[in-house]
Ligand binder design. Structure first.
Ligand SMILES: [Zn+2]
Length: 262
């Protein structure tokens, strides 16, 4: 035991079970609290969404989630039977992101919309309890892995399919609602149980699916009308077609002081 290095990290309370970026439920690792997962993080395969080779075991992406009535959930999207997160078009796309614009507008109107900020996560291919899974890991998990990589005792060979290591990963819910991930590498190195894992893992960039600007507006209108001033935010945009660049200059106008209760 003394040879194991504990790494405890804080994670925001987000119900990942209901917030998907597509893919099937069985394809993704659905982490539950207080369970020890035997997890092997696999090395990078394939390309980033821009077509350049993926060089890290994780693919960084940023999505908008929905937090209503004190609960995280996904957005209902027509034609999809799973609730979805929305990839931020500002981070991934053309520059204008309707969800970011809605957040900015709602803030000016005095709403508490910090939940609508794009959140960074990291898609990783893994073997979990002898099954191939995609793990949409929070930043704290990647930070912990980076610490292990920097540790000379482990280094990048942690991810080597022949001589890397499995981890025991546990997510713990604390009384304050925050989650901690605990990652402990096995004392011994091991081989990935599937020789053909490379042929079987999905291309991670396939999960970065961008909606068009108009599709995203429609989804936000459908999901957040009555909760945030959605129509007003996008009507304002329509009447002001050239935001181009730079911040608004009229942000000093009066703000409502009490955020709307949800
Ligand atoms: Zn955005």
């Amino acid at each position: 035991m003394a040879r194991k290095k504990d790494r405890v990290v804080n994670e925001i309370d987000m119900d990942e079970a209901v917030v998907s970026v597509g893919g099937s439920k069985s394809e993704f690792l659905n982490v539950k609290d207080d369970i020890d997962y035997d997890i092997r993080f696999l090395p990078p395969v394939g390309n980033k969404p821009d077509g350049t080779p993926l060089k890290t075991p994780w693919l960084e992406h940023a999505t908008h989630g929905k937090f209503v009535a004190g609960k995280w959930s996904g957005f209902t999207v027509e034609g999809s039977d799973r609730k979805r997160q929305l990839h931020c078009l500002e981070v991934h796309g053309t520059g204008y992101c309707p969800a970011c614009a809605l957040k900015e507008y709602s803030e000016e109107e005095g709403e508490d919309v910090s939940w609508l900020e794009p959140r960074t996560k990291f898609l990783m291919n893994c073997v979990v309890d002898d099954e191939l899974r995609v793990f949409d890991a929070p930043p704290s998990v990647v930070a912990a892995l980076q610490d292990y990589i920097k540790n000379k005792k482990y280094g990048v060979k942690l991810f080597d399919p022949a001589v890397g290591r499995n981890f025991t990963m546990t997510r713990i819910k604390k009384p304050n609602g925050f989650r901690e991930y605990k990652l402990v590498p096995d004392p011994e190195s091991s081989r990935v149980i599937f020789d053909d894992w490379k042929d079987r893992v999905p291309e991670l960039s396939g999960f970065v699916q961008l909606f068009s600007e108009q599709e995203m507006v429609d989804i936000l209108v459908q999901n957040l009308t009555g909760i945030l001033p959605v129509e007003e935010a996008f009507n304002k945009k329509a009447s002001k077609p050239a935001p181009a660049k730079g911040k608004k200059t009229t942000s000093a106008k009066g703000k409502k002081t009490s955020p709307r209760k949800r």
